[in-house]
Design a protein around this ligand. Sequence first.
Ligand SMILES: [Zn+2]
Length: 671
Amino acid sequence: MHLKIAILLLGTAAFARSVYDPILTSSMDPSSYANVDVIQTYDFTLTVDVSFDQQLIKGSNILTLRAIQDVSEIVLDYQGLVIESASYQIPNISTTAWNEAYFETQTDSQLGNALRVYLTDKAKRGDQVLLDIKFHTTNESLAINWLTKEQTSSGTLQYLYTKCEPIHCRGIAPLQDTPSIKTTYSAYVTVPQPYRVNMSAVCLSQDEYPQTKTTMYSFRQTIPIPSYLLALVIGNLAQKTIDYRTSVITEPDTLEEYAGILKNLGNLLNETEKYVMHPYIWGKYTILVLPPSFPVGGMENPLLTFASPTIMVKDGSQIYVATHEIAHSWSGNLVTCKDWSNLWLNEGFTTFIERRVSAIVDGEGFASVESLLGNASYYDDMAGYGQTNSYSSLYPLVNHTSPDSASSQVTYEKGQQFMEYMKNQFDKETDFQEFLGQYFNKYSYQSITFLETRLTFNDFVRAKYDSVKAEGIISRVNWVDWVQTPGPIPAGSKINFETDESRAFQKLADDYIALGGYSSPANLDIYTKEDKNVNLKVVFNNQILQRQGDMNYRILSRIDTDLSVTASENPEIGQRWFPLAIALNYDKAFDTAKHYVQSIGRQKYILPVYTALVRNGYRKQAYQWYNERKTFYHPIAAANIRKIIFSSRKQLEGYEEQIQNSRDVDNLFLQ
Ligand SMILES: [Zn+2]
């Protein structure tokens, strides 16, 4: 693929130089420029000062690397940062001197920048190399979200949180930003008082400096992790212990409420640990509940799961997200995908474990309905990509495109169905659990591809069953069809996730459509009375959305009058109801839809609404709703909304220029 290479001159003029040879992406991970095939980081120390006044993080990252071969340069990833200087030390050659190093940079619109540091003294294979990069952030970093006081729930202090997965850790500090290697880390974070800091590491100390009115927090993560699990949060934070190993962190005003909703967190951890037949190795488990702009449901940072407040619905229907993040403690955090094409090893495994634990905790019916809904949403995503696109497979070929674009429900749901299919080939579910336990044990602390998974699966089956049975199972589990072939799962492998209850809710939707909005089905009270499993209401809403072509304003209006769907506070319902209401010009729902997209930052819930606006002739409203709240959204979410509203960057820049000139948004959309 052709890359546009821009040449930048950064740092002290004497020591930065332009690119002579293009820097190529890593042979181990096409989403990183780091030359991890020849030299690998195994520890780093981040020392930074955080200024909320300037929205600036400034400091250094000292990487400790080991040369795999003789090597004379180190390539790191970075994005949205200014590199101030680079220096290195090779203790085998000199234990005292830091050598200032020549470095050069190369930009790439998809992957951020590459930083090549030259070692004047060549490192020999096996040598340890220390590399110290001084840097500061800019407001271009896609990893960091700065919130004003007003954007928090307590409204007392500003707030900062990071989101690194998949390739945004390079927006916090320069490093080898690839899941193909794992490192331990230390961090020293100095913040103004009274801010509190948490990271995906153990907090060792807090040292207060009265003269500067600052506090330095020290952290250490002794378990090697991939870079995308680095996490930092700063704000008015409080912590409440739930049981001996679980706790919740959030702003003080919501702490008691969230701790109440999460009271069974310890039980979820216990059940997950039992299911996977492998011990939880991380020590404590803590969930941080973020302000509403957090763009995803959860992020499995070790010791500090990040969760959207949208999972804190009082009906408890979204707590499965916590189960999902807990399951990542094994699939993802302990055994990690080596590159982003293998992401299903994290997400497919995790979704499978989440559903099996949900089945134990909330019943098979709950888990089946989750899979039923997941199945519908992954088909929608495949329709968006096209059935023959590699993104519609479990092995998307990300190449030089940002792996953000390949993250979809396919990875989660098709992966989950593959796991379910494998499990169903075994005599007993506990046999499959035993496979999971052995797999997690074998690949603990490693990064792998699905080829290792396949090998381990086959070995396990051959050791577990007689040869005829084992070869039968191995021949039925076709990895090429399941993993690398785009489109629906292999013919004959379909798993039915319907339940009697889900069928009843689908039928209720069908009955509404059949009655044409002139009357109501007799049994509509199954919807209004249902309080045990809110997700059945989602099944109903999914069905009317799937049958959009048969719906009209009158039917929708009757459903809303009977079932008060517009007023529902469940975001899973809003995600389906508002796009349908917009498509049918159901004006009574527009104000609520606007409030919905302006108060939630989680992309899964709001992007379908923006898409519906644009597709149905409401591009102007989409822009106005976005523009009023554009500082509320996370930078990645804001960029994705802009992509929906504007078909090209040129179109966006054209609008923004006109707005600056005329300040009259109304006239811009008449064309
Ligand atoms: Zn996940």
